[in-house]
Design a protein around this ligand. Structure first.
Ligand SMILES: [Zn+2]
Length: 833
């Protein structure tokens, strides 16, 4: 009996212990840093903490990844704050002038510190640090931290990119032995293609904050913009030999960043330095990581009123679990995690110490915003041209995702014309989009819409131009005058109905028309496109208009029109019914100016040597936007690919091994001449220029200067000298021959993002020069002085016919990060026509 009683007691005690709050080590059964924690276990630990500390921790799932993993944040604060969490959030939006509730905000509020971990999946130590951090915040023994949480709300996103993290962690665990080795040439230090850095579609989520092309960013930003923290930290890793990096950031800073934001970066940096000094850890500040491109985890929060920062630990994918550094030290996963843990705690501490100042300055930022105090332009006008309707709608969606208000107006004014790069007069008509600088998101408005962002320093980490009217190919003006917009009426949804017609015509005006076309082709419907403009039944149609006819589609019988109407309605595309194929102008539908076309089987080359980002942009575009099938193959499997089952090969940016093998390129040429089509992008174009197929790279400019002293470069200026030979991403106006199918649906120009010095000689008799760079066509961004002469009088986009097939050359990244909206139709043209 006694024995039974004590057994019952023991069981009860065990039950109690397991229901109690556990440290990560107790919960996981190993010490943090001794092995990698897979994402599901990170989720489990956060669930455990929330379940056992319900008064101070709240977990919220805000979405899921492409591969179905949960995305979540934990809110952590004092019991009193947690009881008022919704009131704190509502008050915070009032502080930012973002609330419909115009009651005066409480300026004695708790600042919100948002910590984002592991955006780059193979920079893994930060999610391990997140486990240590959440434990420190709830550990009953930790009384000092309880004091901080009385006036601070912490939001932790333990893993922004779970698919990338698990890709890395699963791979690492599959190649490591009983003991990890610090030897750097072993396979466990070589994360294979495409690497764990990116998300499922090979996108860099730390370039996607503003554009939100990816599901992770879309769902996270929705939540972020409902909270609008005062401090945001984005955790990263860099090369294993790099010391820790924390704020203050490097130049260039975007000019909209306030003095307070600059100063507080230093305050935070000094706090971290205190802890790093005490531990003898090496670090640096003010170098490399700048605050300019608006779509990072540091700049985006900064342009939204926060102190936005990047913290970088040495480690990254090459770090494995233990790594030998150049200085002979061993860097372990634990070392990496404890450094990130330390800066996290220091950030919360400094926020608590400066709580009141953080709130007052945050309030000032948004009061300045609503009085139009950021940037020289006070209003942006984006013209509503009928042919640009798709891209205008896409732009409005982007503004909405970023909480930017817009409207419309009527009248006249004077301002900067994005197309001519000159001050000119303009008129605003109802339906044009008007964005005022007098709004809470004013800083973001300037960062995204201003024609040129001023660079205080040319050595930056990313592109230097992204102005939305260029990226979206829209006609726009920026004026220093204030225009008050009125409510915007979006066009009503298109409703087509079936009728007794000879044909339906789809105008080729954007992604939606391409999507409709792609869907009809997938059903097996044969379509036709007109190579010339035409006029029929009193309606005018441009080149590239797609015609659906009963001819060649007999198999669909009476259902044909229903398929067409359904697809068009689903994509909000207007169908033009036509009663005759006898045109008043242009080519009759039966003439050879109207070309039939069918479903194309598209293959995308991927794998070792191919840019994972370049391939990912195309994969994501086909899979998630165009919704058209694409088969991904490994480029190094060139000899195994079933060419007979392929109509189009897309070669993204990359170095292709088979392109330097004569028998492979002969085989490729043979396939093309039989009717195949190759679409080469970026450096893949350069590989064709090295063959004798006809395309030639433009020769480097001869060095005209005879000054021998030019060779004497100053060592101190080495970085600056390098910069003079590059363009990190600037915008050029390309002259288009829109009579060629590659440029159907475009005006006579295209704004391209130039990220390298690749340019080709005009094709003479052996191809079509569809997009060419003429003189002085640079519109925005930085171009090194030594490059300015080279980037003119050359070919960027071309088409070469070989036998019955063709090769399309697209020198620039027309799909850049999938936010370069204006390039998408060109890829559709290349595939379909
Ligand atoms: Zn990173």
């Amino acid at each position: 009996m006694r024995k039974i009683l004590s057994l019952i007691l023991l069981l009860a005690l065990v039950g109690q212990a397991s229901a109690q709050l556990q440290s990560p080590e107790q919960f996981l059964g190993y010490k943090i840093g001794t092995r990698y924690t897979p994402h599901w276990k990170i989720v489990s630990y956060f669930q455990h903490v929330a379940a056992n500390a319900p008064k101070t921790v709240k977990l919220q799932q805000y979405g899921q990844t492409n591969e179905g993993r949960p995305l979540m944040v934990a809110f952590i604060s004092s019991e009193e704050n947690m009881n008022n969490l919704e009131a704190i959030r509502a008050n915070n939006l009032r502080l930012a002038n973002l609330s419909r509730d115009k009651a005066a905000p409480n300026e004695n509020a708790a600042p919100i510190v948002w910590l984002s971990y592991n955006v780059h999946g193979n920079e893994t130590s930060s999610s391990e640090a997140a486990l240590m951090t959440v434990w420190a915040l709830v550990d009953p023994a930790n009384t000092k931290i309880k004091e901080w949480l009385k006036n601070t709300v912490v939001v932790m996103d333990p893993c922004i990119n779970p698919d990338g993290r698990d890709r890395y962690v699963n791979w690492f665990n599959s190649v490591v032995g009983v003991k990890a080795t610090p030897r750097m040439d072993t396979r466990e230090h070589r994360d294979p293609w495409p690497g764990g850095r990116s998300n499922h579609y090979n996108f860099d989520l730390n370039r996607d904050w503003a554009w939100q092309t990816q599901v992770e960013s879309q769902q996270r930003l929705k939540l972020y913009n409902q909270w609008m923290p005062q401090i945001h930290v984005d955790y990263h890793e860099q090369g294993i030999n790099e010391p820790y990096y924390f704020a203050p950031a490097a130049e260039p800073y975007h000019e909209i960043i306030t003095q307070w934001q600059r100063d507080f970066q230093t305050t935070i940096g000094k706090s971290h330095a205190k802890y790093f000094d005490a531990n003898g850890w090496l670090y640096f500040t003010k170098l490399r990581f700048d605050l300019f491109y608006p779509s990072y985890g540091d700049t985006y929060p900064t342009y939204n009123g926060a102190i936005g920062m990047t913290y970088e630990q040495g480690g990254g994918p090459a770090g494995g679990a233990t790594a030998l550094t150049e200085e002979g030290d061993t860097l372990t996963l634990y070392d990496r995690a404890i450094h990130h843990f330390t800066t996290g705690m220091s950030t919360i501490e400094i926020a608590s110490i400066n709580a009141s100042k953080l709130i007052t300055e945050y309030r000032k930022f948004f009061n300045r915003a609503v009085s139009g105090g950021f940037g020289e332009y006070k209003t942006y006008i984006i013209k509503n041209n009928p042919k640009d309707a798709d891209r205008l709608q896409a732009l409005l969606q982007l503004l909405e995702k970023n909480g930017i208000e817009y409207g419309t107006a009527t009248g006249n004014g004077k301002g900067y014309n994005y197309f001519t790069a000159k001050e000119e007069s303009f008129s605003v008509a109802n339906g044009d989009v008007v964005v005022s600088a007098f709004q809470p998101r004013s800083a973001m408005v300037q960062a995204l819409l201003e024609p040129k962002s001023k660079l205080s320093d040319s050595a930056t980490y990313d592109i230097t131009a992204w102005s939305l009217p260029y990226a979206y190919g829209l006609q726009a003006f920026a004026t220093k005058d204030r225009i008050n917009p009125t409510a915007y009426q979006k066009p009503a949804a298109v409703v087509n109905t079936t009728g007794d017609v000879y044909a339906y015509v789809i105008k080729w005006e954007g992604l939606q028309s391409a999507k409709t076309t792609g869907q009809l082709l997938q059903k097996g419907i044969t379509l036709r496109y007109s190579e010339v403009p035409f006029e029929v039944n009193g309606q005018k149609f441009d080149r590239g208009s797609v015609i659906v006819m009963k001819t060649s589609n007999q198999a669909f019988g009476a259902d044909l029109w229903k398929h067409v109407v359904d697809a068009a309605n689903a994509n909000n595309v207007k169908l033009y019914p036509v009663t005759t194929g006898f045109v008043d102008n242009g080519g009759d539908f039966g003439s050879d100016l109207v070309t039939p076309f069918k479903m194309k089987r598209v293959v995308l080359l991927t794998g070792e040597g191919v840019s994972s980002l370049g391939a990912g942009e195309i994969w994501h575009f086909f899979d998630k936007q165009l919704e058209y099938p694409v088969s991904l193959v490994y480029a190094n499997d060139f000899s195994r690919i079933d060419w007979a089952k392929t109509d189009v090969i897309i070669m993204p940016d990359g170095n292709y091994r088979f392109m330097s093998d004569k028998s492979s390129t002969d085989e490729l040429k043979e396939w093309v001449s039989k009717g195949g089509k190759v679409i080469a992008l970026e450096s893949a174009v350069a590989a064709f220029a090295r063959l004798d197929w006809g395309l030639k790279s433009k020769k480097a400019e001869g060095d005209n200067s005879k000054d021998p002293y030019q060779a004497l470069a100053s060592y101190e200026n080495r970085e600056r000298d390098f910069v003079s030979t590059m363009t990190p991403g600037s915008i050029y106006k390309v002259q288009l021959d829109n009579t060629h199918p590659l440029a159907f649906g475009y005006p006579e120009y295209y704004y391209t993002l130039k990220m390298d010095d690749n340019i080709y000689e005009f094709m003479n008799g052996n191809g079509w020069n569809v997009g060419v760079l003429k003189k002085e066509n640079q519109l925005a961004g930085f171009v090194g002085s030594k490059l300015q002469n080279r980037l003119k009088d050359g070919l960027l986009f071309g088409a070469q016919n070989i036998g019955r097939g063709s090769v399309i050359y697209l020198t620039d990244d027309i799909m850049f990060r999938n936010f370069w909206e204006n390039g998408k139709l060109m890829l559709c043209n290349a595939v379909f026509f």
